[in-house]
Design a protein around this ligand. Structure first.
Ligand SMILES: [Zn+2]
Length: 462
C-alpha cells in the first residue's frame, strides 16, 4: 500500500526537478517540422505502431500512414520491412477518415499497452481531449494543427515537460545540415559512428568520403577519418557516442583482429560491394574497439542500445547486456551508459552495474515499455546499485508531442517507488528527494559533462 499523502508530497518534489533527458531522436529542425501535415497519426510514428502491427495490422497499411507524416530515413525501418519480406514503402495519401478507419480496429486491440497509455496522457495534456476514438480523432487533429506554430518545441519540451535539456541522438536520421540547425538551447547532441562500423560496404565508404572530404582507400585511411570524426565531436561539444547495432547483430564484439578487418575492408573495393553482412563481423568488432579507444582518449561516454528493439521481428537475444562484458573489462576508463535497462535482461544489468564502476543504468524508453517493470527494476536497482549511476528518464521519441506522456509516467513511477521505500523505512523522505534529483538531473549532467560541453555546443563551433 502506498501512503497517498506521502506520494503526493514526493510527486511535487519530482515535478519540480528541471529534468535532464538522456535520450531523444528529434531529428527535424522546428521550421521543417512546422511544414508537415499534422494529424493524430503522428502519435503512431513509432512504438504504438509496432504494437498495432503486433496485433495484426498489415505493415504496408501502417507504413502508408507513417509515410505521409514525413517519415525519417530510419535504417531499422527498412531492415524490418525486409525482415517481413516487404519492398519500399507504398505511396499513398489517405484522407483523415480513411486513416482512422485503417487504424481503429488495431488501436482497439492494442490500446491496453503502455505505449498507448503514454500517448493518451500527451493527448489529454496538450489537446485537452480525453480519448482517441470515433468522436475525437478529428478534434485532436484540429488542435494539433492549431498548435503547429513557431515555438512549439519549446512550448512542449520546456514549458509543459519542464525539461532542462535533452541529449539528442539524431545523426542516423537527419542530415548533418539538419542537426546543425537544431535548437541549441533545448538539445545537446550524441554522435553516431554507424558509417564507420559499416564501412565494409562501398556505399558507406563513399558516404564517409563525402562527409569528411577525405579519400578513404585503405583501413588506415578509414582510421584517420575516424580520428577526424572524433575531433569534430570534441570541437562541436558532442556529449556521447551512441552505438545502435543491437538492431542488426549480436553485441558480442570479440577482440580486434586488424588483419581480418583489413581483408574484409579491402573486399569493399572489388566484386561490386564486398562482404555479406554476416561475414563482416570481424571488421565491425575491430572498428568498435577502435571507436572505444577514441572514446577513452576524448573522454566521451558510450551509449549502447541493449534489450528490446523498436519495431517488429527483432532478435532479442542479440541485445543482452552480458554480451558486452569483455568491453567493460577492457576499457575501464570508458563510461558505458546502458540503455533501456537492457529489458528484459534487467536483472543481469543490475548485477553488472553493481560490479563495474564504469557502467551506468539508463531508464530511457523503459517507463513506457512497462511502468510495472520500471517500478520493479528501480526498486531493485536502488537496493543494489549506487544511486549516482542511474539515469531516470530518456523520452526516446521522434515527435516532441509524445515526450510529455512518457515523462509523466516516469515521474509517477519514480515518486511511487520512492514513496514505497519511505513507507518501508528504507529511505527517509529527505533521502528520497535527494535520489529523485540525482536520477532526473544530477546523474546525466555528470555522465555527459553537460555543464562543460553545452557552452561549446551552444557556440555552434565545428
Ligand atoms: Zn533511441
Amino acid at each position: 500500500m502506498i501512503d497517498t499523502q506521502l506520494y503526493a508530497s514526493l510527486r511535487e518534489e519530482v515535478d519540480a526537478v528541471r529534468v535532464v533527458d538522456s535520450h531523444e531522436h528529434i531529428w527535424m529542425p522546428e521550421e521543417e517540422y512546422l511544414e508537415l501535415d499534422a494529424d493524430f497519426t503522428r502519435f503512431f510514428l513509432h512504438y504504438t505502431s509496432a504494437d498495432l502491427v503486433s496485433a495484426g495490422m498489415d505493415l504496408d497499411d501502417m507504413d502508408r500512414l507513417r509515410a505521409v507524416m514525413g517519415r525519417p530515413k530510419s535504417p531499422s525501418g527498412d531492415q524490418q520491412r525486409a525482415a517481413l519480406g516487404r519492398g519500399p514503402v507504398p505511396p499513398c495519401a489517405l484522407s483523415l477518415d480513411e486513416k482512422w478507419a485503417a487504424l481503429k480496429p488495431f488501436w482497439e486491440r492494442a490500446r491496453n499497452t503502455a505505449y498507448a497509455k503514454a500517448i493518451l496522457r500527451s493527448i489529454r495534456r496538450l489537446y485537452d481531449v480525453e480519448d482517441l476514438d470515433d468522436d475525437t480523432y478529428a478534434a485532436i487533429t484540429e488542435r494539433m494543427r492549431a498548435e503547429q506554430k513557431a515555438g512549439v518545441y519549446g512550448r512542449i519540451l520546456r514549458d509543459e515537460c519542464n525539461l532542462g535539456v535533452s541529449v539528442n541522438d539524431a545523426d542516423d536520421m537527419g542530415t548533418p545540415e539538419q542537426i546543425r540547425r537544431m535548437d541549441r538551447d533545448l538539445f545537446v547532441a550524441a554522435g553516431r559512428v554507424s558509417l564507420f562500423l559499416d564501412a565494409w560496404n562501398r556505399v558507406n565508404v563513399t558516404e564517409i568520403e563525402r562527409r569528411t572530404g577525405r579519400s578513404v582507400l585503405s583501413l588506415n585511411d578509414l582510421l584517420d577519418a575516424l580520428d577526424a570524426c572524433f575531433e569534430g565531436f570534441a570541437a562541436e561539444g558532442r556529449v556521447a557516442v551512441k552505438i545502435g547495432h543491437a538492431y542488426s547483430r549480436i553485441l558480442r564484439f570479440d577482440d580486434a583482429d586488424a588483419d581480418a578487418a583489413k581483408r574484409i575492408f579491402d573486399r569493399a573495393f572489388v566484386f561490386n560491394g564486398g562482404a555479406a553482412y554476416l561475414e563482416a563481423k570481424p571488421f565491425q568488432d575491430f572498428m568498435l574497439h577502435e571507436v572505444l579507444r577514441r572514446c577513452q582518449a576524448f573522454g566521451l561516454p558510450v551509449i549502447f542500445h541493449t534489450g528490446l528493439q523498436e519495431g517488429n521481428v527483432n532478435l532479442i537475444t542479440n541485445s543482452n547486456v552480458t554480451h558486452l562484458m569483455n568491453l567493460f573489462i577492457k576499457y575501464p576508463k570508458v563510461v558505458f551508459d546502458i540503455f533501456h535497462g537492457s529489458y528484459p535482461y534487467t536483472g543481469e544489468l543490475s548485477a553488472i552495474a553493481k560490479n563495474f564502476p564504469n557502467v551506468r543504468i539508463d531508464m530511457a524508453w523503459l517507463h513506457i515499455i512497462s511502468p510495472a517493470v520500471a517500478r520493479r527494476c528501480l526498486s531493485e536497482w536502488l537496493e543494489t546499485v549506487p544511486a549516482s549511476k542511474i539515469h531516470g528518464f530518456g523520452g526516446d521519441y521522434i515527435m516532441p508531442e509524445a515526450v510529455y506522456g512518457h515523462l509523466d509516467m516516469a515521474r509517477e513511477n519514480i515518486a511511487w517507488v520512492l514513496a514505497q521505500k519511505v513507507t518501508e523505512g528504507y529511505f527517509t523522505e529527505t533521502e528520497a528527494v535527494e535520489v529523485a534529483r540525482r536520477l532526473l538531473r544530477d546523474n546525466p549532467m555528470e555522465t555527459f559533462r553537460i555543464e562543460e560541453r553545452r557552452p561549446v555546443w551552444r557556440d555552434g563551433r565545428g
